[in-house]
Design a protein around this ligand. Structure first.
Ligand code: ADP
Ligand code: ZN
Ligand code: ZN
Length: 819
């Protein structure tokens, strides 16, 4: 073995913009390859990192430690996937180790903690140490924990004057020892016992029971022991006998946990349809692209109910039959169930499902199925874009306009945009599908970057629903409270339910009431931590903050003027449900929002009830706007179109148009025509008017014009720098430094101003959240390259000015949610 040392570069899952160098121990024949995971020491801990490759340069200031362990190949990243993830990290300016970690199922990390414990010598010392000395206080703490010891960082955190020095001294004297406590990943593969016959030996006499089991095993060959137990009463006894006779053996085999199929039976569809002419035309183009084996992006613009799912299915089937794999992304977990059932009923190719609604164990199993090549099709939410598929031939992004494709905590990325990047790397066909494409995607199609495919009519020539906009300014209620329902909507609701048809009522806000206003003094409950009003929750009569969960119990009188006349202003889904129960007391109502769907499978349950006609009225937030295909829904009511219009966000108009069009699209999908009522205090807004006319092209023209004038995407690129801190002083200082840095750069390079623009720093729309002050600076660039370079240099400068600790800075490239 040569004595030259080998070094590798490792990415650690830490919020830092750098990688780490480690030595490969001599006894390792080969250095672990890129994408493998390794256990490495960092400070007092052991962390799971990812090998990026041989280290090209060596740090001079630090001693280089050897890696501790190479982790099993089973959970690793292929070179292809690694390349894609590195691209993601570079483009979104996100820490590389965190990006790599995001791509793996949760709970597969090995980490360690250092534990400090009291030694016998320490126990002796305790008896003689000064009662008030720091040494004694620390040892006392350890004595409480006994043999177990105590995690060293928690110990350090417990004392206010720092005790690192004291801890070192205690250890040096031998009063305390330390041990490393490896915490193996909480989820692991599951093994179960199977039984099979061994080559038979002649001349063994069997009892009747035993013969029965042997005969069964002869036909079944290999059976899980558990199954044998359900089939044969005395299975354990018989099995033990067969084993001693050497007739049977037990072996263990990996078991994949099965995600629950509750509620799926409601969605299995009948035999395949004949395609419509439009579907045929669209598919011919997609097939040609698949046959070319090259990257080809499509935008599939199909009105609601135009049969996009069938197009997805056939396109996927084509790719699979050509030996490639397929990935179908959906915005909402509730939609995966429906699609999985649809696909299970129609294709025999093995599939896997990846989304956060699965338990950690299930997710790990599904992930491994994909990794082992046992699944040909993956259906999943946002993070499935990182699924370990090795020969992707097609990626489909359903409801591509949906903002939930943007991940907004930890690692910030956009799964729809990444689908295009991955598709290009894999020479795959990419289809973005929507009835209301994002402005960016439609713009790209118009510019010729994507090929535009359209399905302009509903299946079977069913009409799009008739939409009416109702002016809520004209509605009179009792007292000063505006009624929740306008008369036309209330009447239509009664009639629809009376005919035995179904209705959806859409209100984009949870809870009972938006906020409570005192009629006498104007007092409102607001969150002391976040700059938002608190929302009333009926079941426990509390006011809650929907950002930080700050909770107050409702008082009968105004805390400011003691008046008892509160005005419920604005409403949430819960209040809406109450109101309907009063209005239509005998009609069963179901609600679908984040509060009623926390349990696994609850979406499917609600949809099943509707499908079977057990409930005819569904109240909900934007969850109900997405993709559900329920043929008996003939009425859709939008209670307050203004809620999304009034958000402080440049995409508010687009969001409103999309929500209204999508929710309207739930009506009249079967043989019965649909009707839609949109209530608004702003009935003439173009988003509402064009949603009423269901005219996407007109909406695009209007909105694109505004974006161009105001210089917003797709006419420029954005990067949002958000910074947060508890201390107002620190944040102001940071703000000032950032502004100075940016100003200086603009002054040094006068041409910069032609390509870039910096807005702010300013307080974020949610100026305070969970007790932290939030500020932001929005950077606009004409081209991506210059903006990206500018931000990279700026980040390096900030790191130099504010080394380490301090304000929390997040970089959001192509931001979607800007509150
Ligand atoms: P979209 O996703 O475009 O809103 P769906 O894919 O849900 O529309 O299709 C709407 C309905 O039309 C579904 O019930 C689907 O089963 C049905 N459908 C799709 N294609 C055909 C076809 N070629 N012939 C008859 N029915 C179809
Ligand atoms: Zn709050
Ligand atoms: Zn008051």
């Amino acid at each position: 073995m040569s004595s030259t040392k080998r070094y590798i570069e490792v990415a650690l899952p830490l919020p830092v913009r750098k990688t780490f160098t480690y030595e490969v121990p001599q006894d390792l024949e080969e250095a672990p390859s890129p994408g493998r995971r390794v256990l490495v020491p960092l400070g007092r801990r052991l962390l799971t990192g990812f090998v990026l490759g041989p280290a090209l340069t060596l740090p001079t200031h630090a001693t280089i430690l050897p890696i501790r362990e190479v982790l099993p190949e089973e959970v690793s990243l292929s070179p292809k996937l690694l390349k894609f993830l590195l691209w993601t990290s570079a483009y979104y300016l996100q820490p590389v180790g965190e990006v790599l970690k995001t791509s793996l199922p949760a709970g597969t990390q090995t980490r360690s903690k250092e534990t400090i414990f009291l030694t016998e010598k320490g126990a002796e010392a305790l008896k003689i140490l000064e009662p008030e000395s720091m040494e004694k206080r620390v040892l006392d703490e350890l004595a409480l924990k006994g043999e177990e010891g105590m995690n060293s960082s928690s110990l350090i955190r417990k004392f206010t004057p720092p005790i690192r020095g004291i801890l070192a001294k205690i250890q040096k004297k031998g009063w305390a020892g330390k041990k490393e406590d490896l915490q193996r990943p909480p989820v692991r593969e599951k093994k179960i016992n199977w039984v099979r016959l061994r080559p038979s030996q002649e001349g063994i006499r069997l009892t009747g029971r035993q013969r029965e089991v042997v005969t069964f095993l002869q036909t079944a060959q290999e059976v899980p022991v558990a199954e044998l137990k359900t089939r044969f009463k005395n299975a354990p006894g018989v099995l033990a006998k067969l084993k001693t006779h050497g007739l049977a053996e037990i072996f263990s085999r990996e078991a994949f946990r099965q995600p629950s199929k509750d509620g799926l039976e409601d969605w299995i569809d009948g035999p395949p349809f004949l395609l419509t002419e439009d579907q045929n035309r669209v598919l011919l183009e997609i097939f040609a692209a698949l046959e070319s084996g090259k990257y080809q992006p499509f935008l599939l613009h199909g009105v609601t109910g135009s049969g996009k799912t069938e197009v997805y299915l056939r396109a996927i089937d084509k790719a699979l039959s050509r030996g490639r794999q397929a990935l179908l992304l959906v915005p909402e977990i509730s939609l995966t169930g429906q699609l999985v059932a649809y696909f299970r009923g129609r294709t025999s190719h093995p599939m896997a499902v990846l989304h956060s609604g699965l338990s950690a164990g299930e997710r790990y199993d599904e992930w491994r199925k994909v990794k082992k090549g046992l699944a040909r099709l993956v259906i999943g939410a946002r993070s499935a874009i990182f699924a370990p598929l090795e020969s992707l031939g097609i990626i489909i992004v359903d409801e591509e306009h949906d903002p939930s494709y943007k991940q907004d905590d930890k690692v910030r990325y956009h799964a729809r945009d990444l689908a295009l990047v991955r598709g290009k790397m894999e020479d795959a066909v990419v289809i973005l599908g929507s009835a209301t494409p994002s402005l960016e995607s439609y713009y790209n199609a118009r510019e010729g970057k994507f090929r535009l495919l359209s399905l302009p009519t509903r299946i079977d020539g069913r009409p799009l629903p008739e939409i009416q906009v109702l002016d809520m300014r004209l509605e009179q209620g009792e007292g000063r409270e505006k009624p929740l329902f306008s008369r036309p909507l209330r009447e239509a609701l009664g009639e629809t339910i009376g005919r035995g048809e179904q209705a959806f009522l859409f209100l984009n806000r949870r809870g009972f009431s938006t906020f409570v206003l005192c009629r006498d003094c104007g007092f409102t409950y607001r969150c002391p931590n976040c700059s938002v009003s608190l929302i009333y929750h009926l079941p426990d009569r509390t006011f809650r903050c929907h950002y930080c969960d700050h909770t107050l119990y409702a008082a009968d009188r105004c805390p400011q003027c003691a008046s008892s006349s509160f005005l419920l202003y604005g409403s949430g889904t819960q209040r809406l449900e109450e109101e309907i129960k009063k209005m239509l007391p005998r009609v069963p109502v179901t609600r679908m929002d984040r509060d009623t769907t926390t349990r696994k499978g609850s979406h499917q349950k609600i949809l099943g009830q509707l499908r079977r006609g057990e409930v005819n009225l569904l109240v909900g937030t934007q969850m109900i706007t997405k993709g559900h295909d329920l043929p008996r829904v003939t009425l859709v009511g939008v209670l307050a179109a203004d809620l999304s219009l009034n958000l402080p966000d440049f995409r508010a108009g687009e969001r409103t148009f999309q929500l209204l069009t999508q929710v309207a699209g739930r009506a009249g999908r079967g043989d019965l025509p649909g009707k839609v009522f949109i209530q608004s205090f702003n009935p003439n807004h173009y988003s509402i008017q064009m949603a009423r006319e269901q005219d996407y092209a007109a909406f695009f023209e209007r909105e694109a014009q505004i974006r161009q004038e105001m210089s917003y995407p797709p006419f420029c690129r954005l990067v949002n720098l958000r910074f947060e801190d508890n201390s107002e002083k620190r944040i102001t200082r940071f703000s000032q430094t950032l502004e100075d840095l940016v100003r200086r750069r603009f002054k040094e390079d006068p041409k910069l101003g032609e390509r870039l623009e910096a807005l702010g720093p300013a307080m974020a729309p949610l100026g305070k959240l969970k007790g932290r002050h939030r500020y932001q600076m929005l950077l606009k660039g004409k081209g991506w390259r210059s903006l990206h370079d500018f931000v990279e240099k700026l980040l390096a400068e900030i790191e130099a000015e504010f080394p380490r600790r301090g304000v929390k800075l997040t970089v959001d490239v192509d931001p979607v949610h800007m509150l």
